[in-house]
Design a protein around this ligand. Structure first.
Ligand SMILES: CC(C)(COP(=O)(O)OP(=O)(O)OC[C@H]1O[C@@H](n2cnc3c(N)ncnc32)[C@H](O)[C@@H]1OP(=O)(O)O)[C@@H](O)C(=O)NCCC(=O)NCCS
Length: 181
């Protein structure tokens, strides 16, 4: 995993520093604590439904499936107990081995400082190095910050034909370069 993503320190727009590195199975407790710190609105935006409790089994399975079945990155800051995870971004490979589904979460007190952009940029670079061809994500239409972020990162934003309240954000990771004019 670390060959896919070399850990790096990032300074955010507001001057705060975070450490970006590949996710580890030992991050489970800190990821659960990060979930507990998310407010109801952020949880709703992330999971597109009301989620009061974290799905620990699912989290464990996803962590155990990496790096074979995807790439995960976390942003950490020092804390009294070692670290806090203040952001994470996942690219999960499903049935199609060439494509992945992204998700990204930033702690409320880090919102709007560019951490989502830093995590997604690093995730996109890592999926490209891995040779994946397409990244896709499902985002609620009301999730303006995520749609703005996706647009800035070059995603095409489509309406889910099955649910007009959901946008499908799609990014080509590999393939022929666009023609030059
Ligand atoms: C979506 C999310 C990841 C964005 O993270 P972030 O660190 O705030 O993102 P950034 O600061 O890099 O960029 C967000 C962009 O949205 C803009 N933005 C912030 N609030 C906004 C709002 N209410 N309306 C429109 N744009 C907004 C920011 O200005 C920024 O755009 P800019 O870079 O052009 O200025 C974060 O809000 C989050 O974790 N939300 C809950 C989980 C979620 O929704 N995940 C996405 C679905 S998987």
């Amino acid at each position: 995993m670390d060959s896919i993503f070399a850990a790096t320190d990032v300074t955010l727009r507001d001057g705060r520093a975070v450490h970006l590195r590949a996710i580890r199975s030992t991050d489970e407790d800190e990821l659960l604590q990060a979930f507990e710190r998310l407010d109801a609105d952020a949880r709703y935006m992330r999971f597109m439904r009301v989620v009061r409790e974290p799905n620990v089994d699912r989290l464990r399975k996803v962590l155990a499936s990496f790096p074979e079945s995807g790439i995960g990155l976390v942003a950490t800051v020092p804390a009294a107990d070692g670290i806090d995870i203040v952001g994470s971004a996942l690219a999960v490979i499903g049935n199609d081995p060439a494509s992945c589904e992204f998700s990204v979460t930033v702690a409320g007190n880090y919102d709007g400082a560019g951490l989502g952009h830093a995590l997604m940029s690093a995730l996109i670079a890592a999926t490209k190095r891995r040779g994946l061809v397409e990244m896709e994500g499902f985002v609620l239409r009301v999730n303006a910050p995520m749609l703005r972020l996706a647009a800035r990162l070059g995603f095409t934003i489509l309406t889910d034909p099955e649910d007009a309240s959901v946008a499908i954000c799609r990014l080509k990771l590999a393939g022929p370069s666009p023609a030059r004019h």
